[in-house]
Design a protein around this ligand. Sequence first.
Ligand SMILES: NC(=O)C1=CN([C@@H]2O[C@H](COP(=O)(O)OP(=O)(O)OC[C@H]3O[C@@H](n4cnc5c(N)ncnc54)[C@H](OP(=O)(O)O)[C@@H]3O)[C@@H](O)[C@H]2O)C=CC1
Ligand SMILES: N[C@@H](CCO)C(=O)O
Length: 440
Amino acid sequence: MSTDSRPVRVGILGMGTVGQGTVRVLLRNAEEITRRVGRDLRVVHAAVRSPQRLQGLDFPGRVSVDPWAVVRDSEVDVLVEVMGGTGLARELILAAIDSGKHVVTANKALLAEHGNEIFAAAQRRGVMVAFEAAVAGAIPIIKAIREGLAGNRIHWLAGIINGTSNYILTQMFREGWSFAEALAKAQELGYAEADPALDVDGGDAAHKITLMASIAFGIPVDFAHCHVEGIRSLQGEDVHYAAELGYRIKLLGIARRRDDGVELRVHPTLIPQDHLLAHVEGPFNAVLADSDAAGQSLYYGRGAGGDPTASAVVADLVDVARTMTADPSNRVPHLAFQADALSPLPLLPMAEVESAYYLRIQAENRAGVLAQLATILAEYQISIEALVQRERPGAASVPIVLLLHRCREGDLEQAIARIEALPVVTAAVLRLRVESLDEG
Ligand SMILES: NC(=O)C1=CN([C@@H]2O[C@H](COP(=O)(O)OP(=O)(O)OC[C@H]3O[C@@H](n4cnc5c(N)ncnc54)[C@H](OP(=O)(O)O)[C@@H]3O)[C@@H](O)[C@H]2O)C=CC1
Ligand SMILES: N[C@@H](CCO)C(=O)O
């Protein structure tokens, strides 16, 4: 039992999907939480732009429309930031840290872009910034990597870490919904970001893999060098060709440590259809970690939505409440490694990445085309593993799908430029990466 039995007083910025979920979970599980912490966690003040959003919620504290009122409230010990954005949210969090408040946030965009500044400020002031909810919703992935795998050298992480885009891919390609229908439903269910382009264009997954790379490899947060591609370019025919070749397509975030640097990338990826990750559907997330002692470990759960995200926010509140009286130097470091022991490993450009590839090449429907493609690829020492070409009698052009063995992306890009310049090739080449997700 803690020696300080006073309630820990919580202020919340934002009472939308996550904010309301957090209050609901805190109220519903109050007794269990108190038994775990040894003190009550009590929400005393919340900020929301439209207070009518709180109708129907048995909200126990004060409500302000001005978020600064919560930050400046001397009765607030811990600030939960779940309003989103990277401008005002940054100022509010820095001010809260400056006044000695601990912070819990679900805001991956803010931490991916300003994490180094925020963690440094918290380190100086001796307060905690906890962010379990920022990555993979309910899955305790930050704790798993930062603490559970702390004895390992982590080789790589690969994750389905955007619930909205995984939900859209599932509904489009398994249920036959349109992109617009699936996105609208994801927004209605509270999965999507305020700006859903962040979900479908890969930015949200990039924020998350950037944070995970930092805690896995002990490197500063460097979102600017993360390579990002989303799901908009995917077509039904790619999903079907991939299936024919034995693969499923998922939006993956990948962070891989190499001797010469770190690969950090988000893109649609073909993965073997019998792999566990291939069966992660709807708003669920999963992260596969490959490390030297543990081998491969897989973490699976709900990646978005009010209650699942609240589960992570409340877990962080419990952690903060348990350790807020401890000497700051004895707490778990924000980025898993001691702040003065971060590695300068560079993030590698995509040209240096090695992968297998799927190409869809639209070309004139006549003899000799395949030979031209094979000749160009051979000049870059790129070999073909499999090929799919359907007869389409009478069609002026046909898709040719190639599965390529592993090669350097810079070489492939040069070969693709040569292929696109061929007079027989009628459209831009679609290039997707293929990952076997094998150990090591
Ligand atoms: N939804 C999810 O599944 C997950 C979300 N997150 C992150 O959590 C954060 C919140 O997301 P979510 O709950 O979905 O977002 P919502 O849009 O549902 O809620 C945001 C809340 O913040 C309030 N707000 C925004 N700006 C201000 C302001 N200037 N002053 C006062 N209140 C403000 C809004 O008020 P009003 O309602 O009046 O506009 C609203 O109550 C984001 O950073 C998001 O990326 C993280 C993991 C999962
Ligand atoms: N918009 C995010 C919320 C969870 O971080 C997603 O869909 O995964």
